[in-house]
Ligand binder design. Structure first.
Ligand SMILES: NC(=O)c1ccc[n+]([C@@H]2O[C@H](COP(=O)([O-])OP(=O)(O)OC[C@H]3O[C@@H](n4cnc5c(N)ncnc54)[C@H](OP(=O)(O)O)[C@@H]3O)[C@@H](O)[C@H]2O)c1
Length: 398
């Protein structure tokens, strides 16, 4: 093979926000697979907030990335050479291939992608780890009931965007919290949230009171810090908080801490942290479930979310995280040719139906607890991959 491998290695452990100098681009020979291995050419790489933790030596639930080694990360790629009985050249795969153009694998932790016309990048988002995180965190830990109000922070992110859509399918009122008017518009117009509050506008408490007039029954926490403190003031009795992430704390030298802890007691709130990799037995059901999330069936919402995140990150240099994709083959990050379009006639029809429903004002300002047609379609004509029941246009997975 004449082409070189390109690898991004961790050059040093970052202090505070991540900086370009924390990484180094190196060129190496493309490796040959040994017996039982295959070689993958990466097409998409997921940049996730957990990676900031891996760059640090602090005690955590996983061991840190080593300085001088290729940065860890999930990727989607194509098998280009194989001496593994289960993988052949041309197979599309998702796995922990790291920040590099070519990766060797023995198949551990690798998922073969059945090509169904879905953009490959979706397997790093709604159909991958972030989607599973949303599903398990919301359904298993948050346990939302129809008619309840679910609030999620980082609502336009990879996890938060799916949380809102699942909440709607469950018949809940979905309220997002995001930074900026454009992200909020995306959450409501593309992802089907009932409302979204811009925490950067400076009056989160007041805006949240208006967006969730009946209080909050489930708060899916992705950020921690000041936002969580404010939401705590709006929690209902016996509400639940799946604690998924603390992104507002990741680059801070000192933790900020919560002030409104009293709310946990007086409202008898159940707060539970969780790590998605502890729930491997739930992944098949979760992945089958996230295939039902309507907003990403055509990849459009995911594409727009990536664009908005990318633009936001350009304005905030040094921010880790963001469900972005990199083409490692050089040039600026760009979308895969498949992304952002509806590939099959059925998908195109579903998109058209959704657009029509939105134009008729289906999803906006729904009364508390009423599922809206724009976000709770019952798919017909195809077998559902998971047992579920549908009643009153609301489908349940469990
Ligand atoms: N527990 C688990 O197993 C698990 C698995 C996956 C992810 N997570 C966690 O889930 C969270 C979301 O992950 P993701 O993949 O959805 O991330 P993402 O797509 O990268 O989105 C992250 C978003 O977080 C928001 N954010 C960043 N800094 C913030 C701050 N200081 N205050 C408030 N918001 C901030 C930004 O949106 P705005 O501009 O809207 O603020 C950013 O776009 C992260 O905390 C991550 O660590 C946990």
């Amino acid at each position: 093979m004449t082409q070189k491998n390109q690898q991004i290695v961790l050059a040093r452990r970052p202090a505070g926000a991540v900086d370009e100098r924390d990484f180094r681009l190196v060129e190496t020979e493309v490796p040959e697979p040994a017996e039982g291995q295959f070689l993958v050419r990466n097409l998409y790489l997921s940049l996730d907030p957990y990676m900031r933790g891996r760059m640090s030596e602090e005690k955590s639930y996983a061991k840190p990335a080593e300085v001088g080694q290729v940065m860890v990360g999930g990727a989607v790629g194509e098998v280009v050479a194989s001496r593994h009985p289960k993988f052949k050249p041309g197979d599309k795969v998702e796995g922990p291939f790291g920040w590099q153009l070519y990766a060797l694998s023995d198949g551990k932790g690798v998922r073969k992608i059945e090509e169904r016309g879905i953009p490959l990048s979706a397997y790093l988002g709604v159909l991958g780890m972030p989607g599973v995180t949303a599903y398990i965190g919301l359904l298993d830990i948050g346990q939302p009931k129809a008619g309840e109000t679910v609030v999620v922070s980082a609502a336009s992110g990879a996890v938060g965007g799916v949380v809102g859509q699942i909440a709607k399918i469950q018949g809940c009122r979905a309220v997002g919290i995001a930074g900026g008017a454009e992200k909020c518009r995306l959450a409501v117009e593309e992802l089907g949230f009932d409302a979204c509050v811009d925490y950067k506008a400076g009056h989160l408490d007041e805006d949240l009171r208006r967006a969730a007039p009946g209080g909050v029954d489930v708060y899916f926490d992705n950020v921690g810090g000041e936002i969580t403190d404010t939401v705590l003031l709006r929690m209902n009795a016996f509400s639940r908080i799946p604690l998924c992430g603390l992104i507002s704390e990741y680059g801070r030298p000192e933790p900020r801490g919560l002030r409104n802890v009293r709310s946990l007691l007086v409202n008898r709130i159940k707060l539970q942290g969780f790590i998605v990799s502890d729930h491997l037995q739930r992944w098949p059901a979760a992945l089958a479930g996230t295939h039902q999330v309507p907003g990403d069936r055509c990849g459009r919402a995911a594409e727009r979310a990536r664009r908005v995140h990318r633009d936001a990150r350009r304005q905030e240099p040094g921010q880790a995280g963001g469900q972005a994709e990199l083409r490692l083959s050089g040039g600026a990050p760009r979308a895969h040719p498949q992304a952002g379009g509806c590939r099959t006639a059925t998908d195109r029809a579903a998109c058209r139906r959704r657009r029509v429903r939105r134009t008729r004002g289906g999803s906006r300002a729904a009364p508390r607890g009423l599922p809206t047609p724009a976000t709770t379609p019952i798919r017909r004509g195809r077998p559902s991959p998971v047992p579920r029941t549908c009643r009153n246009r609301t489908c349940r997975w469990r």
